[in-house]
Design a protein around this ligand. Sequence first.
Ligand SMILES: [Zn+2]
Length: 486
Amino acid sequence: MRKLKIYLLLFIIFIQILPERASAQDKAQEPKARYVFYFIGDGMGLAQINAAQAYKAALQGKIGIEALNMDKLNALGLVSTYAQNRYITCSAAAGTALATGQKTSINTIGMNADRTAPLNSIAWMAKKHGMKVGIITTVSLNHATPAAFYAHRPDRNDYYEIALQLTESNFDLFGLGGLKDAKGKKGDQPDAYDIARQKGYQIVKGREEFMKINKLDKKIIAINANIDPENAEVPVALDRGPEDMSLAEFVSKSIALLDNPNGFFMMVEGGQIDWACHNNDIATTIGEVLDFDQAIGHALDFAQKHPKETLIIVTADHETGGLTIGNALKHYDSDFGWIRHQKASQPALAKMFKEYKNRFCPANCSFDGIWPIIQEKTGLGKDIPLNEFDRTQLQMSFRASMLGQMPFPSEEANYLLFGGNDPLALMVTRIIAQKAGFGWTTWSHTGIPVPVRAQGPGQKSFEGFIDNKDIPHLILKAMGLPQNLN
Ligand SMILES: [Zn+2]
């Protein structure tokens, strides 16, 4: 009788243990993310994504949404973006949260909020565990978002020091933009590219050289043929020439180079979505979102080959510009397709207008003189009908740009109207936004949450309302790596 009781007890214990053991077994077999793509659209809020979707539909004569590649990622969440000491964040603080899993203060790169201790990133952890690491961006490689993955500096403007830390990172691949202030702010420091070479990096410039590389047997910094002499970014999609690599092209080649049995971690930033939004330039914004989205397409193709081991994350550091769909002057209407008539970005337009000014102003310049350039590059007054108010605004901005006659005595009023931009280039792109039915509220960032999309191991954990600092921890968990980065 006593024996029977003991057997019964053992049986009950066994039954209770059984499900636990089974779930532990399941856990051990749960696929881990061996290939990780971390796409960060700088300034890419919901409105920027929706503008691109609606624009694509409009091009086909449809009202509605044409799906993007990022829409194929099934898991969707919302991300709060505030910094430790300011609700409306910046790319340094937000990039640090997205890279290290800790909130920090404004302008701080990869350090704690009081700037006393460095914070390690998930890229560092991936490298430590034998994975290959790639850091890719359309702005400079030592700009805030990419820097948060390898650097530790109290100020995001320490570009030279950040560049030196890049050379110490030992990460396998950096590209598409170059190094800003490679010789320091005054140009009197040892060249950071030379230092990178000394640390074992091969520097390749342009498509031809980059495409020739078949194996990643040496660490690489690969730079587009054309980069801005001051800020080291690549041309935006709208201004790209035949020599320029697209982000998608660069990502596709990078996947081939980084692919190896130990896996890889790749951070891809669409860095100039943010810049276009700071300019309130809707055509360039949409162009950059679509360009960024094409790069995501290559990650999706790769994921089809390794569906159980590929994690793709698409998110943003913050929204920029306070973009929305709808404009007071347009009431309930929209003509998103008109965006296609803008053939140059606002900075490229500003450059053309400056050339005109240098040649003709003040003696021989007139609105009629510059009008053919505006028509050709933007479609205004040709493909996009203008009214009296539009013409008045253009002429007022012409006088501000060409003759320095600002419309208001108050600096604040002029700032509200033009920001710090070239008045005429700004007005041209603003009228395009108004006519198409888009609205902007600020020249800066906003504090509204941004979407996160995920596909792959652990994708469900990205759903719901999460915080930016949660994302790196969720990625590490999906990778089966320790979540403690320090
Ligand atoms: Zn910004």
